[in-house]
Design a protein around this ligand. Structure first.
Ligand code: 5GP
Length: 248
């Protein structure tokens, strides 16, 4: 007999198992600061779902394997069932967020990086954080390998996919007048052990999007979750503006 279940997959999505199929449902929940701040915004789930579909299709065309199978409007995707790799991968092109905080606490910036909000990071950086701990914690390659979470080859593959996702998204976004300051992605392994891009991609929940004209004029204008994190205005409006700007 088929068993249908629903559970939380991260803070803003539910994972649904229905008749042997797996679905991600993007909810209207939004959280920040490791769950300390929590709200709901109408249609936020649909916006993030449609934007993820947009990017998953592009990534597939570009040869990056993903868990995306099909769009079930308005706010669900059918996905390949994966064993999720317990790390989050963060790619940064500009200084912001927790990186800036770490500099404020005394961490030495890497070569050529200015410890200032909005400073460009030459060549970008890729970092890892834990996924299943109460607070996301930066984690080094040695710990990931030492825990047996990934082999060296798998870690290199993840770095390469992340670098390509960054190139693809940054290129598309620049044409639309948006700077991709940073983003977070996740990966999983399918039944054959292959690594696939998982979770969601290219949404205002998991990326920092800055309006290029404002940046060039010396001002950071965000169209992403920072509007929610720092009470910078109308969250629903920011999410629907970035959706229109990117997906048309
Ligand atoms: P930071 O580490 O600076 O707070 O975040 C870096 C990037 O990763 C930002 O684009 C941020 O939105 C994204 N990010 C960090 N943690 C999470 C998370 O738990 N969920 C999602 N969806 N994105 C995250």
């Amino acid at each position: 007999m088929a068993s249908n279940t629903r559970e939380r997959a991260g803070k803003s999505k539910d994972i649904i198992r229905e008749d042997g199929k797996t679905f991600f449902e993007f909810t209207d929940r939004v959280t920040a600061f490791d769950g300390l701040k929590e709200d709901e915004y109408l249609h936020k789930g649909e916006v993030c779902c449609r934007m993820s579909v947009y990017w998953f299709e592009i990534m597939g065309q570009e040869g990056i394997p993903t868990h995306f199978r099909s769009f079930v409007p308005p706010n669900r995707i059918e996905v390949t069932y994966l064993e999720i790799i317990p790390i989050e991968v963060i790619c940064r092109n500009y200084v912001a967020g927790s990186l800036l905080q770490r500099y404020g606490r005394g961490e030495e910036p890497g070569a050529g990086i200015e410890p200032r909000l909005g400073a460009r990071i030459p060549d970008g950086i890729i970092e890892f954080t834990t996924k299943f701990e109460e607070r996301d914690r930066p984690i080094g390659e040695e710990e990931i390998l030492g825990n047996g979470w990934l082999t060296r080859e798998e870690l290199d593959q993840i770095r390469e996919y992340t670098r390509r996702v960054n190139e693809i998204m940054s290129g598309h976004l620049l044409e639309k007048g948006i700077i991709l300051a940073d983003f977070k992605i996740e990966f999983g392994k399918n039944a054959s052990g292959e690594i696939l891009l998982a979770d969601e991609v290219g949404t205002p929940d998991g990326c920092r999007f800055w309006i290029r004209d404002s940046y060039d004029a010396g001002r950071i204008e965000s169209l992403d979750k920072d509007v929610y994190r720092y009470d910078e205005g109308d969250v629903s409006d920011a999410y629907s503006r970035i959706q229109k700007r990117i997906c048309g």
